[in-house]
Design a protein around this ligand. Structure first.
Ligand code: URA
Length: 221
């Protein structure tokens, strides 16, 4: 490889690395104004990094990296725990039984699934659907932060305690996480039960509906 080619490769890697961790502006050069990195480019480069990621042990057993899906201008982002078997097989988030329920919740809110962004705390399936370990969550956190920083939704919905703890860095039980609005930077965060929990505990659906009403109050004041 020529010196120029390796310089281009190294510069590209450096820029993709800083984009992945939420840097949106490059310092002004001699010619003046700082340049803003286009959010679509930023998300695309983060996705490419995630697809090749081997930062934790989950990369050894995954079939797909389930990065997330939805429009870049989504006003609402749902964050789940991690892909399950169906998601790992299809490379898309929330496509199994919990996903069907999440889609119903979104529709009951008067929204279309295609209009919201859906992702997870970890992008690779934990074996046997166990909860992700703290070091796996930490290894993946830059991707989640970069997604949220690129999309900048009006509201984030954390689905379940794992997502809430990962986003908010608070080790509280669900009873203290539900019913109030947290902040991820300037973005409000509403915590509700994970749809998989609802499949096991259908009586909690009424509580989720309360949470979604509060969330809609923020989304469409
Ligand atoms: N559960 C999750 O937390 N995420 C998915 O994508 C599917 C099931």
């Amino acid at each position: 490889m020529t010196r120029l080619k390796s310089l281009i490769r190294d510069t590209r890697r450096t820029l993709e690395g800083i984009q992945a961790f939420g840097v949106t502006m490059l310092p002004a050069g001699e010619t003046g104004k700082a340049r803003r990195i286009d959010p679509a480019d930023r998300l695309d480069s983060v996705r490419r990094q995630a697809l090749a990621c081997e930062a934790c042990r989950l990369s050894k057993t995954r079939h797909s990296v389930v990065f997330g899906e939805g429009p870049l201008d989504a006003e609402l982002v749902f964050v789940g725990e991690g892909p399950g078997r169906d998601e790992d097989a299809q490379g898309r988030p929330f496509v199994g039984a919990a996903g069907t329920l999440l889609t119903k919740i979104i529709q009951a809110m008067g929204l279309r699934r295609e209009s919201v962004y859906i992702t997870n705390v970890v992008k690779c399936r934990p074996p046997m659907n166990r909860p992700p370990e703290p070091d796996e969550i930490a290894a993946c956190h830059g991707y989640l932060e970069a997604q949220l920083a690129a999309i900048r939704p009006k509201v984030i919905c954390a689905l379940g305690r794992t997502a809430a703890v990962a986003l908010l860095k608070v080790e509280s039980p669900m009873s203290q996480l539900r019913g109030r609005t947290f902040q991820w930077g300037e973005i409000p965060v509403v915590v509700t039960f994970h749809p998989a929990y609802l499949l096991r505990n259908p009586s909690a659906k009424a509580l989720v509906w309360q949470d979604m009403q509060r969330l809609l109050g923020i989304l469409k004041p």
